[in-house]
Design a protein around this ligand. Structure first.
Ligand SMILES: NC(=O)c1ccc[n+]([C@@H]2O[C@H](COP(=O)([O-])OP(=O)(O)OC[C@H]3O[C@@H](n4cnc5c(N)ncnc54)[C@H](OP(=O)(O)O)[C@@H]3O)[C@@H](O)[C@H]2O)c1
Length: 316
């Protein structure tokens, strides 16, 4: 299948997220709602049909429910998640943890009550940030509940992953079965010019006809030249050369690398504005050649260093 671009609502649904450069924007809930509807409509009219959200993205899930309820699109693929609760309650400068994880049966049942409003266009329900120690792989009650939801609704069940152990987490998830039936059909994973450690397992998933969704294509904004990340100077140089050659932004080159090197089912744009989204969409207007793909492949970082740097990025 040809890779499609999807739109993720992580940055659109709440005033504070992992931001590096941060647009100067009105952070009121009303302004965010208006922006969300504008970006969603712009995405749809530009051909995007896949939209990804989560209960922990502030109002991200309710914006998507409201949008879909009013637009009634029949040809969209919506995905959401369960397992994290949004804590910041739109409070700017919130000092606590913005999201709290709980992979329990009670949390699944609670969040499903809201998320199922996205049916019938909800096509994928994901465990939000499965880890080896979150309890998700041992909880047989949850596996059974997920399979029941799958049987009742026909949607796919997936996991999302982050961190240096993404490959091990995916391997573990592939072992989970109920009555000899695999529970997980879809994998939303970080893979980008810097973090390429999941390449082999993602290829394996694609060979197995599992759905592969790539997130954090911009490495949370780190692909854009920034003095704070002087250790990426070589990468910034290569991305700049390619962006000049193809007359697109660095963002489009970063997304194109994911498409040309891996051919996943979906790559998520994390755009906050219609301008960013339109810039991201330029990734669909050109191809990198094999030498350029190879050059970017050799420039990946060490996975541990990538993730420890990500954990230092601020929510603002
Ligand atoms: N565990 C999970 O399940 C999980 C985790 C993360 C993401 N996701 C999904 O993946 C989607 C994308 O991930 P992400 O937003 O975290 O990471 P990303 O795509 O790597 O980074 C997006 C950030 O890059 C910056 N940016 C600057 N210029 C941009 C441009 N032209 N286009 C796009 N972004 C630009 C923006 O931040 P500045 O304000 O700093 O400019 C934006 O918030 C999310 O919306 C969500 O659906 C899932």
């Amino acid at each position: 299948m040809k890779t499609q671009l999807g739109l993720g609502l992580a940055a659109i649904g709440r005033p504070e997220y992992i931001n590096i450069k941060k647009e100067n924007i009105n952070q009121s809930e009303t302004a965010f709602r208006e922006n969300a509807m504008r970006v969603l409509d712009n995405a749809y009219s530009s051909g995007i049909r896949m939209f990804d959200t989560a209960p922990s993205y502030g109002k991200g899930e309710s914006f998507l429910i409201d949008w879909q309820t009013s637009r009634q699109h029949q040809d969209v693929f919506l995905s959401t998640k369960w397992g994290y609760t949004y804590m910041a309650n739109w409070e700017l400068g919130y000092a606590g943890k913005h999201e709290i994880k709980e992979h329990s049966s009670a949390k699944l049942l609670e969040q499903w009550q809201t998320s199922k409003q996205l049916l019938p266009q909800l096509k994928l329900y994901q465990v939000h940030s499965a880890t080896l120690d979150s309890g998700i792989f041992e909880n047989k009650t949850v596996h059974r509940q997920l399979l029941e939801i799958k049987k009742e609704t026909g949607l796919k069940i997936g996991i999302t992953t982050s961190g240096a152990q993404q490959s091990e987490i995916i391997e573990k998830a592939l072992e989970i079965e109920v009555d000899n039936e695999a529970v997980f059909d879809s994998f939303q994973v970080t893979y980008n010019v810097f973090e390429q450690s999941t390449f082999a397992i993602l290829k394996q998933l694609l060979d197995m006809q599992k759905t592969v969704i790539v997130k954090e294509a911009m490495a949370n904004g780190r692909v854009f030249p920034n003095d704070v990340f002087s250790h990426y100077l070589d990468m910034y140089g290569v991305l700049k050369t390619l962006s000049k050659k193809y007359k697109v932004g660095v963002d489009a080159v970063a997304i194109r690398f994911i498409i040309d090197s891996l051919q996943p089912d979906f790559v998520l744009s994390g755009a906050l504005t219609t301008q960013q989204l339109q810039d991201n969409l330029k990734a669909l207007s050109f191809h990198l050649n094999p030498t350029e793909i190879q050059q970017l492949k050799t420039m990946a970082c060490k996975s541990n260093a990538y993730w420890s740097e990500r954990s230092e990025l601020h929510w603002q």
